[in-house]
Design a protein around this ligand. Sequence first.
Ligand SMILES: Nc1ncnc2c1ncn2[C@@H]1O[C@H](COP(=O)(O)OP(=O)(O)O)[C@@H](O)[C@H]1O
Ligand SMILES: [Mg+2]
Length: 436
Amino acid sequence: MSKNKQTAGHKGAYSSQRKKEGEGRSCIRYRCGLTNTIQDVLNQRPGWVEVKDDGEWDFNWCDVGWLRENFDHSYMEEHVRISHFRNHYELTRKNLMVKNLKRYRKTLEREAGRLEAARCDFFPCTFVLPSEYHIFVEEFKRSPGSTWIMKPVARSQGKGIFLFRKLKDIIDWRKDGSRSEEQKDEAQVESYVAQRYIENPYLIAGRKFDLRVYVLVTSYIPLKAWLYRDGFARFSNTRFSLSSIDDQYVHLTNVAVQKTAPDYDPEKGCKWQMQQLRQYLTAKHGFETVQTLFKEIDNIFIRSLISVQKTIINDKHCFELYGYDILLDQDLKPWLIEVNASPSLTASSQEDYELKYRLLEDTLHIVDMEGRLTGKEKRVGGFDLMWNDGPVYTDVGLEALGSSCLVENTLLDLEKCSIASLAHQWILCSEWVPSE
Ligand SMILES: Nc1ncnc2c1ncn2[C@@H]1O[C@H](COP(=O)(O)OP(=O)(O)O)[C@@H](O)[C@H]1O
Ligand SMILES: [Mg+2]
């Protein structure tokens, strides 16, 4: 791809049918803007060749900065694929995600009623500051003493985040009327969201965690979304307490691990595979409860994607691998914290590397530059097709009864459990409680 020409792909080298396209291609030229696991996956993929600098490419795993600068000037041939949608930030910037969810909720309330709208109540009450300062203050005063979290709208890895209980701590974000002349003269403050802090997180061994789950979208219209089975739980480093709100290692689950922590395991970091977590929860709360929890989590993925379906610029060249952050509270209610457009692909341990390697390999299988899929697959590697212009079901044969039944085609980490395997999980769970 040339910076001036801004074109991608061979001219006229491929037919419109993707399957045929693949057959005529001697190699797939890729560009990669990141230097982590994705580089390794692309490097080792048979028939794929890296292009550097301004060379023409067929596949581009770009960062969002590259996208912002180049996408609008790029001409892309039919077969070309790129790793983001043009306005991915509608879902992945903290303020815009909430704006879209609030709008979607309102539409549902109007068109489908309150009960249906309540299915969107999975994001904590959130305001954008300074623009919504006044309505935020009204809400703030309604529940004195509660804890809020301030997050810059477009940063990541915990940067700029702090907790507060007093309005004086967010004085810089006061809306014009209440700001001093001096403050008004200062450069605009960075936009933040003020969000209700989940004060009762679900704890394991006294520590808070959140879930990182991967969802791959290959089209918005119609919406086609795949859910990856192997996510993980990230634990905070220190036991949870509300008595100090200043310690990031207590309240954030995504800040750098303190490698000096007594229970830090260099092999695993502070992570649990989703399977471990599911088994632990099943042992404590039973199969049904955990099944319900994971269905609620599926509901979050689908509704959040639908909330931006008409806003995201659909483009057949684009796909997006989202990293969802989900937090559980003590009632096992899942909360959507944020959606990441560039989930970390850097591995923190060998186990983590293997998970990310498989995830990326399977992503490439679905993007299918090689033209190997029929388009009817419901499962590719660790991905299950979750939504294809509507829910996707799997036919589960009930051999003993000589019949079958349809279940949702999502198995966030779960092999369909038999009684026997559940009993087995009970035994394993007791070994998996992290040390205090
Ligand atoms: N409303 C909230 N309630 C409780 N914890 C939260 C809340 N929002 C964020 N956190 C914690 O802070 C971490 C970072 O927040 P997040 O919104 O994911 O921002 P970042 O872009 O820094 O990853 C989360 O992983 C979670 O542990
Ligand atoms: Mg996050």
